[in-house]
Design a protein around this ligand. Sequence first.
Ligand code: ATP
Length: 384
Amino acid sequence: MAAIEMRNIVKRYGDGFQAVDNVSLDIADGEFIILVGPSGCGKSTLLRMIVGLEDITSGDMIIGGTRVNKKAPRDRNLAMVFQNYALYPHLTVFENIAFPLRLKKTPDAEVTEQVNRAAELLQLTEHLDRRPAHLSGGQRQRVAMGRAIVRQADAFLFDEPLSNLDAKLRGQMRTEISRMQRRLGTTTVYVTHDQTEAMTLGDRIAVLRKGVLQQVGSARQLYEEPANLFVAGFIGSPPMNFVPGRFRGGEIETPFGTVSASSERLRKVGDRELVIIGLRPEHFEDSSLVPAEKRPHGQIFTAEVDVTEWLGHELYAYVPYEAPPEVTQQLEELERELDSEQMRTQLVVALDAGSRIRSGSKAQLWFDPERMHVFDAATGENLT
Ligand code: ATP
């Protein structure tokens, strides 16, 4: 097993395009790390540089203490699991899993033992005689993982392994991959563009945007203390609400009224005028349901609720609004990158399922300003 250290890694493709920009990241031995970001952010390129399928323009890639920049993929002892599984259609499940052992001319008895052990771990024992065409997508995925397991690689590298599966199976496979990784304790790097996958798998998440590492941390850290607007908008579903505002006299003027927070909370805002405040949907409440002891800490505003959705455990309310044009550039760019159309035009609030607020009504909503984030409107940096 091995730690993976990346030092100032840069990737420039032949046409001069810089896909990875000075990334430094330490992955501990046995750690499960997720590389996540929107399409084109450079996550597959980074993974391919770890495994050796792509040249490194500059920087050092160190695996198990050895610099591997010039090492061929086969000499790195890593196992990669691709989106399309790369199974051999003419071979049985047994022989597909055994393939790396056959290449090494491993004795038959040992092959049988190792394949059986992997098959048991992945619940494939009863399918060992089948061919890939007679397996479900999830089973094929497990065969691909079985092949990685028998190689006894120093690290597993996954490139969007679940993107061809339906939602239910994806959920199941997520649990299986977590379980397998925990049991084997093998260093694992997992690439995905799906923030739910990123949050539910792995020990830490590394968020990439346009080839630049934005933040590395646990799901909780990224959710509660996002470094910038991009991470805040990317992690969480429904996403954080962003509302442009003007910071004046220690308060923030927004389309929903003036927001006050403690000077401690606003300390880093300094003399900036244009800011963007961020509030998670679940940080709003129906003001009539807020317990008396919480009321004094919060702020209440009147919202014109367009549509509500009752989901049993909570109620979503959509509140349209018009963001002032001078501070929308950051949000416009974010909408494009995150493929979301509504960051500048509506709030999404998640209320207690017992709320009586209904579509097309005026509602009194409550929130606690001490929970809000304040971002620099120009750079997106989180100032709270
Ligand atoms: P996706 O989820 O869509 O696969 P990604 O984050 O994995 O995206 P990469 O595949 O790493 O992104 O690509 C990063 C950027 O580098 C993209 O803009 C892509 O167009 C560009 N790129 C990838 N391969 C090449 C290449 N061989 N030559 C030039 N540019 C490339």
